[in-house]
Design a binder for this molecule. Structure first.
Ligand SMILES: Nc1ncnc2c1ncn2[C@@H]1O[C@H](COP(=O)(O)OP(=O)(O)OP(=O)(O)O)[C@@H](O)[C@H]1O
Ligand SMILES: [Mg+2]
Length: 471
């Protein structure tokens, strides 16, 4: 069983049940003993009455007289007691009718004992001397048995109630005991590289859990310091590299412009310029991500209808797609407004489009779908490329992660990391899934929006699937 809470609750129920069952067994033992002792006292007091009625010692009494006196004495109690009077020579002087001719088996040397008589069941008997005679007085143990059975029935009923009650208490108890752990889990779950300043609340009481919370907080302190150092290093290194790189590129461009290079040299310099441009892009991207991590980017969010923005983007997208013999489509459903900064959102769309363009097969189709519905603006870009295996789809948003296929060696693996930062700065989320047809990738981002209910009605007529240049 995985849950500690469930294990604690089960342990609690088991412990309560075992305690209750032990108490029941002890109670049953003492109660039975007490009831049997009460029968012994009853038998003894019956004998005392008999003795007093029969007369002193009964020594001088003949067997007949004794029989008559015992009979007279016991006539009222014969339903409750079984009596047998034996003479010293073993003759039975008196035997109550209830015994139906059976003899009460005597336990040697025992004063009180249990005896089993056919047809009567178990009896509790006492052996008493009356002069030379032996008097056996016995009572049925049936009453004790009935009481004990009632006790057991009550126990089983109570056991059921106890299991239900202790399950509820155990569940509540485990939830209460694990609450601080859940708090730690929730907070630790929230703490990520972009949120390292949050700490687990530490209870005032000094116990094992607050010690654990303190230890984790110390670990987060160290992590935050390390992350800060890495960020600062990345930002500073990128910044420091920018100027010399620009100078190198300018020098290389100047060399080409002067036109005094041999063709081979010019080709080499052109490759250098291309690589420098790529390096420059990586540095720009790293600088951007460092600033986003440090929350140094503030967006100028303005509420607007996203459709004109999309139409404008679609014109460029169409040209880019056509350049690569691909087809681009745009659909937009719904009405409403979204708080966005178009410059950054255009950057997101361009990154996603650039990935889709490089992944698409010749003549492939790229579809941008936009939907404003239920307080969300959802935008997806879908291609017909090879897609990304499901287990890798979360990873592609990490920095420098590329899933290059044979023959491919383009890109830096920073584009989607930047997209994620930008979408999150807009209060949204981004994810990848397989394209509708099962072939290709569908990149989706969602941003909170103010959608109007009119929009929902409008969508039914407003579903034009049109090529971008149709706008
Ligand atoms: N539409 C797509 N189809 C298939 N794979 C994709 C798609 N989009 C992204 N990927 C995979 O995700 C990886 C990361 O994408 P990302 O945009 O972050 O980096 P990149 O495109 O390699 O480089 P750049 O920084 O230039 O964008 C890519 O290398 C590619 O393997
Ligand atoms: Mg990319």
């Amino acid at each position: 069983m995985k849950s500690i809470g469930a294990r604690l609750a089960i342990c609690y129920v088991l412990a309560s049940t075992v305690t209750f069952a032990s108490l029941f067994l002890a109670g049953r033992y003492f109660m039975e003993r007490h009831a049997i002792h009460a029968l012994d006292l009853l038998n003894e007091s019956e004998f005392e009455q008999l003795k007093a009625g029969v007369g002193p010692a009964g020594k001088a009494l003949s067997q007949d007289v004794l029989r008559n006196r015992v009979h007279a004495m016991m006539s009222d109690d014969l339903e409750l007691f079984y009596v047998e009077v034996d003479a010293p020579n073993g003759d039975v002087v008196f035997r109550s009718q209830g015994l139906r001719g059976h003899q009460i088996p005597v336990l040697p040397k025992a004063h009180v004992f249990n005896a089993f008589v056919d047809g009567l069941g178990e009896l509790r008997a006492g052996l008493f001397p009356l002069g030379p005679y032996k008097v056996l007085i016995a009572t049925s143990k049936n009453h004790v048995k009935v009481v004990m059975e009632g006790y057991e029935r009550t126990f089983y009923g109570l056991l059921l109630v106890m299991i239900v009650v202790s399950s509820v208490i155990g569940y509540g108890f485990s939830r209460m005991a694990l609450r601080p752990l859940r708090l730690i889990q929730d907070t630790a779950d929230r703490i990520r590289s972009d949120n390292l300043s949050e700490r687990i609340p530490v209870a005032a009481a000094k116990d094992e859990i607050s010690d654990l919370a303190r230890l984790l907080n110390q670990m987060f302190d160290r992590l935050e310091i390390s992350f800060d150092q890495i960020r600062r290093f990345t930002a500073e290194a990128s910044h420091e590299l920018k100027t010399p790189l620009t100078l190198v590129r300018l020098q290389a461009e100047k060399l080409v412009m002067e036109g005094q290079l041999l063709p081979v040299q010019e080709q080499a310099v052109q490759i250098q310029i291309k690589e420098l441009a790529q390096l420059n892009r990586i540095i720009e991207d790293l600088l951007f991500l460092s600033r986003a991590d440090a929350r140094a980017i503030t967006l100028d969010l303005r509420l607007q209808d996203p459709e004109p923005f999309l139409q404008c983007f679609a014109q460029d997208a169409h040209v880019l797609a056509e350049h690569q013999q691909l087809r681009f489509f745009l659909t937009h459903h719904g009405c409403g407004q979204v708080a966005i900064e178009p410059k950054w959102l255009r950057q997101v769309l361009l990154n996603l489009l650039s990935n889709a363009l490089s992944a698409s097969p010749a003549g492939g189709r790229i579809t941008l779908r936009s939907t404003l519905m239920d307080g969300t603006w959802q935008v997806s870009i879908e291609d017909e490329g090879p897609g990304v295996p499901e287990e890798q789809r979360g990873r592609i948003f990490e920095r420098f992660v590329r899933i290059n296929r044979p023959g491919e060696d383009k890109g830096t693996g920073l584009g989607l990391a930047i997209c994620r930062s930008l979408v999150e700065l807009h209060g949204g989320r981004i994810f990848a899934e397989s394209a509708h047809g099962g072939c290709g990738l569908r990149m989706v981002f969602e941003i909170p929006a103010e959608t109007s209910t009119d929009g929902a009605v409008a969508t039914s007529q407003d579903i034009p699937l049109r090529e971008a240049d149709a706008t």
